[in-house]
Design a protein around this ligand. Structure first.
Ligand code: PRT
Ligand code: ZN
Length: 286
């Protein structure tokens, strides 16, 4: 292995396919058998280790691997400090507070003294601390959605992408408290040769990401949801807003990264956006 860069990639899960796709789109060839734990690229000094996503931050910080692709949530939850070299934009999701509809939620303060089930106690705690809210975390490693029904929690803080799982379990999404997507992380003390390989990988990755299409999105929205919608859309500039004949409504337009498109679309719908129109952008300047 020696001077070859070692990348820790999730073996099987929501990150696996997109991670490998991203590397392939950089013109790096390899063959990865779904059962193999290792693979090597040909024509580029890159090797792969296929592991569980929870282990990626640790492997990279211990030097078992040099770089890795992992959800920002896993990285933050691990408490391990690594360099985030790129936000790759895929596998985007949010950590949200959810509870039965009857739970009167007016903000994080409503969680004071409550039991909150989560698989992300560190992230949750840091957000509660910021607001000075004292709640009791109930740490579970999966099926967080059933804990309220099971009587061991009053609310949950769990990852959401479409929101279907929450609905299916009779829970209402109350507030998004944290956002995540897949990030490329690196060890801080890479040897010179490996740094050169990483730089070359990043050059290719940047070209791929820049060339990725953006979509133009246009929709009608209840006026009072604008601030939330702007947060969802994100991006470099604030969206263009036009008043509508109906006083309570506005029309909003903005460019959105294609990689985030579906999550943005779902979140806007959840905010009450109507008549969502999506267009391809032919040319665009930054
Ligand atoms: O086996 P291994 O430990 O490697 O995988 P894992 O089971 O721990 O992770 P995996 O593959 O499920 O997720 C990997 C990463 O994908 C996460 O750490 C997140 O960064 C990201 N991601 C994106 C998600 C979701 N979207 C997501 N929706 N991770 C989990 N979910 C779950 C969520 O916990 C809930 O149970 O999906 C359900 C909700 O989905 P919706 O669409 O119904 O809202
Ligand atoms: Zn995991």
């Amino acid at each position: 292995m020696g001077n070859r860069l070692i990348a820790a990639i999730q073996k099987s899960g929501r990150l696996s396919e997109k991670s490998l796709e991203m590397i392939k789109s950089c013109g790096i060839d390899f063959y990865a058998d779904s059962r193999a734990l290792k693979a090597s690229a040909s024509g580029f000094p890159l090797d792969f280790l296929f592991v569980r996503d929870d282990d990626i931050p640790g492997y990279v910080s211990d030097g078992v691997a040099d770089i890795g692709i992992v959800g920002r949530n896993e990285l933050d939850e691990s408490g391990i400090e690594l360099e985030i070299v790129r936000d790759l934009g895929f596998a985007s999701c949010r950590l949200s507070i959810a509870a039965p509809p009857a739970f009167e939620y007016k903000g994080l303060e409503s969680l004071e003294g409550k039991r909150i089930a989560t698989s992300y106690p560190r992230i949750l705690q840091s957000i509660l601390n910021e607001k000075g809210v004292k709640a009791t975390p109930v740490v579970v490693s999966g099926s967080v959605e059933i804990t309220v029904d099971a009587g061991i929690a009053d609310a949950i803080a769990d990852l959401v992408s479409t929101g279907t799982t929450l609905k299916m379990n009779g829970l209402e999404e109350k507030e998004c408290i944290y956002r995540s997507s897949a990030v490329l992380v690196s060890r801080k003390d890479l040897e010179e040769e490996k740094k050169i390989a990483l730089r070359s990988l990043l050059e290719r990755l940047d070209a791929v990401m820049l060339a990725r299409h953006k979509k133009y999105i246009l929709f009608n929205l209840p006026k009072d949801r604008l601030e939330k919608a702007a947060e969802v859309i994100g991006g470099m500039k604030s969206p263009t807003v036009t008043p509508l004949m109906d006083e309570g409504w506005i029309s909003v337009q903005s460019a959105v990264d294609e990689g985030r498109f579906w999550s943005v679309f779902e979140e806007l719908k959840a905010l009450g956006a109507e008549g969502i129109l999506v267009m391809n952008i032919e040319k665009m300047t930054e």
